[in-house]
Design a protein around this ligand. Structure first.
Ligand code: HEC
Ligand code: HEC
Length: 204
């Protein structure tokens, strides 16, 4: 094959390979995550940091996260993020109103026969941590703001996203729900690379 193409063909093929490598990160399928290493070709640190966050944005904007980080007091359900049925509200502590606690339906683990997701700490993220309707850039600014992220230093987000088991539910969400893209460990690696490169935010 190569011989038939001649020298020009080889040059074209080599160029094409180089471009494939350069754009690999941007072209990763939406259910996968690009590794931090795949951004190494971006020499400007802040640009690279922001690009890594944009990749993490695939996770943050997935319905598995946003349904629990809603803009209103009502959680959302399913891949289409419809309003929670039956109607429930966050309540003072995020665990529901006194008469309708999250834990009356959500058990310690997923209950697939009833399609009910579960975790011992199942409750809504506080209002200031709402991500619904926000751009990845807006979520970026919010997630590193101690006043809106539970007073966490950026470094704490590495383990929170990479290891917290409530966050981890998003990759094992039970019957009928699309898991968050990639794996939790890959998401944690992206947060680490983002934090270590100065935690820059994308423009949009
Ligand atoms: C009366 C029972 C009941 C109560 C109380 C309840 N839920 Fe649910 N919840 C369900 C059921 C059933 C589903 C699954 C519906 C489906 O996906 O078909 C669900 C799904 C969800 C989902 C969707 C997950 C996803 O990504 O698809 C979220 C988020 C959620 N509940 C949060 C809460 C929170 C937070 C509370 C407390 C404020 C709560 N729920 C209280 C029954 C309940
Ligand atoms: C069952 C509901 C639920 C799901 C699902 C969920 N979260 Fe959260 N999240 C919470 C709660 C509750 C808090 C507040 C906990 C705290 O501050 O300790 C929180 C806080 C956070 C925070 C820290 C504050 C912030 O917003 O900056 C991050 C980061 C976070 N979640 C990431 C995620 C990611 C990533 C996913 C999806 C992969 C996810 N969460 C899915 C309930 C949820």
């Amino acid at each position: 094959m190569m011989q038939m193409w001649g020298r020009a063909g080889v040059v074209v093929a080599t160029l094409a390979m180089g471009m494939l490598t350069a754009y690999a990160a941007a072209e990763v399928a939406s259910d996968k995550l690009a590794s931090p290493e795949s951004f190494a070709g971006i020499s400007d640190t802040a640009t690279r940091s922001a690009a890594v966050f944009s990749e993490l944005g695939k996770v943050l904007t997935s319905p598995r996260c946003v349904n629990c980080h809603p803009a209103s007091d009502r959680p959302r359900q399913g891949d289409r993020a419809r309003l929670h049925q039956p109607p429930v509200e966050r309540g003072a502590d995020g665990h529901g109103l006194p008469a309708m606690r999250c834990s009356s339906c959500h058990q310690n683990a997923n209950f697939d026969p009833g399609r009910v997701p579960g975790h011992p700490e199942w409750h809504l993220a506080p209002r200031e941590m709402a991500w619904e309707g926000k751009t990845v850039a807006e979520i970026c600014a919010q997630i590193k703001d101690p006043a809106r992220n539970g007073n966490r230093p950026v470094e704490a987000l590495i383990d929170h996203i990479g290891k917290d088991t409530l966050v981890g539910w998003a990759w094992a969400p039970g019957f009928g729900r699309t898991p968050a893209p990639g794996t939790q460990a890959q998401a944690g690696a992206l947060v680490k690379a983002w934090a270590e490169s100065g935690a820059a935010c994308p423009a949009n």
